[in-house]
Design a protein around this ligand. Structure first.
Ligand SMILES: C[S@@+](CC[C@H](N)C(=O)[O-])C[C@H]1O[C@@H](n2cnc3c(N)ncnc32)[C@H](O)[C@@H]1O
Length: 401
C-alpha cells in the first residue's frame, strides 16, 4: 500500500502528484507521455464512492461490481498495472485505440495519450459498467471517448482498424477479431492466461499472427462471454486443487489425492532459483503434462504441501503421481536453490523430468525477457509443436534465447 503524508490526505491533486512520482520510482511509468496522462486525469472521479487515498493507491483495485458469489467481475484496475500496460501499448498522438473492458479511467488515460486528433473507443459486456463508465467520463470532461456495449470477443468492427487494442480482463485466447481489427503494424496488449498464469503481453502484428518480446505478470478479473476460459479443475481434498487447460493432462482426483497421502520425496537441483515468473513460463511450456497446484494456508501450515503452492505452482502430473517446485536457501550464494517435491508411485520419474528443466533454465535462460511469444492463428494442428499451448483460435508458441 502507498504511504501518504498529512499534506496529501483528502487532497486529490497532491495524491495524484505523489502517485505519478511513485510510479516513476518503481519504473511502472518510464515515459513522459504516460506520466503526463496520469498527471492529467482526475482518477478519483472514476471511483466516486471510494476514499481518494484508495483511488490513488498504486497497488489497490477499487471494486465496482461483484457476481452472485461475491467475486469481483469489475474493478477499477490498480494504477501500477495500468501504467505498465500503457507503457507496453505505446499509444501516441492521432492513433485510434480500442479498449476491451471498461471503467472509464483507463480510457481517459488513452484519450490523453492519443490527443485531440486520436480516437478512443471502450467496450464492456455489462450494461451497468458501460453506463457507469459513460457517466464518469462525462463528469471528468472526457466526452469525446466513445463507449459501446458488447462482447469484446468480436471487437468493435465499426471503428476498425485500430492502431492499438488493449484488453483489460484476463483472456484465455485471442479471437480473430483482435488480429484482423489491428492495422498492419498495430499492437495488442492483452492479459493472456497460459496454463493458469496471466501475463500482460504486448503483441505486435506479424502478418496473420502476433509476436511479442514484452510480458509482465498481471492479475485481472476473468473475461466473460464467448471467450470465457474453459479450464478443468479438480479439488483433491479440502484446500488442495489442481487445474489445467491442457486436454491431454490426466486429472484423476482420487488417485492424485491418494498420492498426496503417500510420503513426500524431496529432490534438489543444485541450480539457482530466482526470477520466478520467468522460470514459471519456461516450466509450464516444457513440462510434458503440466497443471497448476494450489493449496490453502491451512494445508501448508499442516506440512502436507510446501509454501510454493500458496499462489499456485507449476506441477507435473501423471495418472497417480504429482511433482511440483520448491526452494531452499543456498548458504553459499545467499540466494535460493530450486528443488522438487513429489508424491506417488512415479515420484522419482516425475522429479527427474522436472529437475532437468530447472537445471536447463538456470544454465541457459535465467534472465529477464528471455522469451519470445508468438500467437499463430488457425485450426488445431494434428500434432502440437514443442513448447506450445493449444488455444481455440490458434496456438501460443514460445522460444527462448
Ligand atoms: C478490470 S475491469 C476493467 C477496468 C477498466 N479498464 C479500468 O479503467 O479500470 C474488467 C472489465 O471487463 C469487462 N469484461 C469482461 N468480459 C468482457 C467481454 N467479453 N467483453 C467486454 N468486456 C468484458 C467486465 O465487465 C469488467 O468491467
Amino acid at each position: 500500500m502507498t504511504a501518504f503524508n498529512d499534506s496529501t490526505v483528502g487532497n486529490p491533486d497532491a495524491l495524484r502528484a505523489d502517485m505519478v512520482r511513485a510510479l516513476r520510482d518503481q519504473d511502472a511509468i518510464t515515459s513522459s507521455r504516460v506520466a503526463d496522462a496520469f498527471a492529467a486525469v482526475p482518477r478519483h472521479l472514476f471511483a466516486p464512492d471510494a476514499p481518494s487515498e484508495i483511488a490513488y493507491d498504486l497497488h489497490r483495485t477499487v471494486p465496482v461490481k461483484k457476481d452472485e458469489h461475491g467475486l469481483d467481475i469489475s474493478v477499477m484496475s490498480a494504477a501500477h498495472l495500468q501504467a505498465v500496460m500503457l507503457e507496453q501499448l505505446g499509444a501516441g498522438p492521432g492513433m485510434r485505440v480500442l479498449e476491451i473492458g471498461s471503467g472509464g479511467v483507463n480510457a481517459a488515460y488513452l484519450q490523453e495519450l492519443v490527443g485531440p486528433d486520436g480516437e478512443v473507443t471502450t467496450v464492456d459486456i455489462d450494461r451497468d459498467i458501460i453506463d457507469r463508465a459513460r457517466l464518469c467520463l462525462d463528469n471528468a470532461g472526457y466526452t469525446q471517448v466513445k463507449t459501446a456495449l458488447g462482447d469484446g470477443e468480436i471487437g468493435v468492427p465499426d471503428g476498425a482498424p485500430y492502431d492499438r487494442i488493449i484488453v483489460t480482463a484476463a483472456a484465455w485466447d485471442i479471437p480473430p477479431s483482435w488480429i484482423s481489427g489491428l492495422t498492419g503494424n498495430g499492437r495488442l496488449v492483452v492479459p493472456l492466461t497460459l496454463r493458469g498464469t496471466t501475463r500482460s503481453i504486448a503483441f505486435d502484428r506479424d502478418g496473420e499472427g502476433l509476436v511479442s518480446d514484452s510480458y509482465r505478470l498481471a492479475r485481472f478479473v476473468p473475461m466473460q462471454g464467448e471467450g470465457a476460459a474453459k479450464e478443468r479443475k479438480a479439488l483433491l481434498r479440502d484446500g488442495v486443487a489442481v487445474q489445467t487447460d491442457d486436454e491431454r493432462v490426466p486429472l484423476n482426483t482420487k488417485a492424485l489425492n491418494h498420492a498426496l497421502g503417500t510420503p513426500r520425496r524431496e529432490f534438489w537441483s543444485g541450480a539457482a532459483y530466482d526470477l520466478p515468473d520467468e522460470l514459471e513460463l519456461y516450466l509450464t511450456l516444457h513440462l510434458s503434462s503440466p497443471a497448476r497446484l494450489h493449496a490453502s494456508k491451512a494445508v501448508v501450515d499442516s506440512g502436507l504441501l510446501d509454501a510454493s503452492t500458496l499462489l499456485g505452482v507449476p506441477a507435473l502430473v501423471s495418472e497417480d503421481s504429482i511433482a511440483y517446485r520448491t526452494r531452499r536457501e543456498n548458504e553459499d550464494t545467499g540466494g535460493f536453490e530450486s528443488g522438487v517435491v513429489a508424491h506417488g508411485l512415479q515420484a522419482e520419474a516425475l522429479a527427474d523430468e522436472y529437475l532437468k528443466l530447472l537445471r536447463r533454465w538456470a544454465q541457459n535462460h535465467r534472465r529477464r525477457g528471455a522469451a519470445t511469444i508468438k500467437f499463430l492463428p488457425g485450426p488445431d494442428p494434428s500434432t502440437l509443436p514443442q513448447n506450445t499451448v493449444l488455444k481455440r483460435h490458434g496456438i501460443v508458441a514460445v522460444s527462448w534465447h
